[in-house]
Ligand binder design. Structure first.
Ligand code: HEM
Length: 458
């Protein structure tokens, strides 16, 4: 059947628009073609963008066997390897997911709470009152430390330090739309030596692999049953035939969790701090709520705070770090509302456009956490973490981390935006982040329960 209508500009131009200014590209398209339109941006990227909540809900609740997503993520193979959860489909995907999920839930995840607060304090202690600091660098450092320590069980030391440095450098290589082009165009991926962008990327990647393999080897030898981090659990996991995961499989899943979990959470944290400090009434309300927690509150108590939760949800609504879910490629024809789609059609539930619907979120450009207290949104209306059988494995950890980092920083510091001008969203690799150069400044220390606290001299 004919695909829904969509932008008519040549595919190469659509791809450039998608890379350079994806928000404008999507907003213009939805105005012209409505909430279901077809994007043809070269052979690399085409599919049906869907921002209709009922249709999205139907996709998330459909029989998982109806779709493949892994083969739609194949361009990520160069980063995460062919055994990554992102690239798997069918039974193997479900098996691997079952193995990865437990450490991200329940008691295990709660145990990370205290560590997240400590790591936040370690990073923020480096800030100097009155001196602007890069919010991106700090949030990235926090989220990377959380993954390396809480999830991988890696402890401070030369390997940890080197990994931290290499991953931060690798992420910065796609920090602007121009640099992010490397992710989309094969011809830019040419190893012209250690000084060429792709050459540098490959050398960093090789070194990261060496470090990860060394860690895997050490863990296999020490085989400590007391360890509860995800790497240890993956090493001891066995399939129905009693087979464990190979080193390459372990490496691919580790790098997947690093890449999927670190930049996304750091981006969300940058936006949260921006919105909270650009809206004085939001900051005030949040502080009032935090100050009601007396003494040294338990992380799970902090995570239950309703306004803090609403602030984090609104942050993920207004600029979701990922604009789209993974592709859903049809393995059989599907009737979705009034549309009949053929086998092999790629459906792309669009997080950004759904989160910007006026009928769901009145005045969608306004940051208004209260909307999440006033009504409950369905999985087809709010889905920053995707849905169905591909829903983000780290969603609970990411929300927990966002709340604890924001609460720790706001309780301890008086902070302000270094520049009063609005911060613009910009492509950073696969994500939409505050434009580079977003800085904040510490204007004073704050003791919890001080209401209001006095700024200290800078
Ligand atoms: C604010 C932070 C985060 C956001 C906004 C986010 C968002 C997403 C989205 C939209 C998807 C695709 C879901 C779909 O297609 O339905 C996804 C998948 C995934 N995420 Fe996250 N994520 C975040 C943090 C994390 C963290 C902390 C981890 C792990 C440490 C993680 C690991 C993964 C993995 C492994 C998948 C693949 C799931 C699969 O294919 O079955 N993410 N995430």
């Amino acid at each position: 059947m004919k695909l829904p209508d969509g932008p008519k500009t040549p595919p190469w131009l659509q791809l450039i628009q998608w890379i350079a200014d994806p928000l404008d590209y999507m907003e213009t398209s939805v105005q012209s073609y409505g909430d279901v339109f077809t994007v043809r941006a070269g052979s690399l990227f085409q599919g049906v963008f869907i921002s209709n909540p009922q249709l999205i809900q139907a996709i998330f609740t459909a029989e998982p066997k109806l779709f493949d997503s892994g083969r739609g993520n194949v361009s990520g193979k160069i980063f995460v390897g062919e055994n990554s959860l992102l690239l798997l489909d069918g039974d193997r995907h479900q098996r691997e997911r079952r193995m990865l999920m437990p450490p991200f839930h329940g008691e295990r995840m709660r145990a990370y709470g205290e560590l997240i607060c400590i790591l936040t304090q370690q990073v923020s202690r480096k800030w100097i009152t009155g001196q602007p600091f890069s919010v991106r660098e700090s949030m990235q450092e926090i989220s990377l430390r959380v993954i390396l320590q809480a999830v991988f069980g890696l402890h401070e030391g030369p390997r940890y330090q080197e990994l931290r440095q290499l991953i931060a450098e690798m992420m910065d290589m796609t920090a602007s739309p121009l640099r992010a082009s490397m992710l989309f165009f094969n011809f830019l991926r040419k190893d012209l030596g250690a000084w060429s962008p792709w050459g540098r990327f490959l050398r960093r990647q090789q070194r990261i692999d060496q470090l990860l393999y060394a860690e895997i080897q050490e863990r296999r030898i020490s085989n400590d049953p007391e360890r509860t981090d995800i790497l240890s659990l993956m090493i001891s996991a066995r399939d129905e035939q009693g087979e464990g995961m190979s080193d390459v499989e372990l490496r691919d899943e580790l790098i997947t969790l690093l890449l999927a979990g670190h930049e996304t959470t750091a981006t969300a944290l940058c936006w949260a701090l921006y919105w909270i400090h650009s809206q004085p009434q939001v900051r005030e309300k949040l502080l009032q709520e935090l100050d009601c927690l007396r003494g040294n509150p338990d992380p799970t108590e902090i995570a239950r705070l309703p306004y803090l939760s609403a602030v984090c949800q609104e942050t993920l609504r207004i600029y979701p770090p990922l604009l789209l879910t993974w592709p859903r490629i049809l393995k059989a024809p599907l009737q979705l509302g009034d549309y009949q789609f053929d086998t092999d059609t790629t459906l792309l539930p669009c997080i950004y456009l759904t989160h910007r619907r006026e009928d769901l979120y009145p005045e969608p450009k306004q940051f208004r956490p209260e909307r999440f207290l006033e009504r409950q949104y369905s999985p087809g209306e709010f889905f920053a973490f995707g849905g169905g059988n591909r829903r983000c494995v780290g969603a609970a950890l990411a929300m927990f981390e966002m709340k604890l980092v924001v609460a720790t920083l706001l309780s301890n510091y008086q902070m302000a935006l270094a520049d009063k001008r609005p911060v613009k969203p910009q492509r950073r690799g696969f994500f939409i982040a505050p434009a580079s150069g977003f800085k904040m400044v510490i204007t004073g220390q704050r003791m919890p329960q001080e209401q209001p606290s006095e700024p200290v001299a800078s």
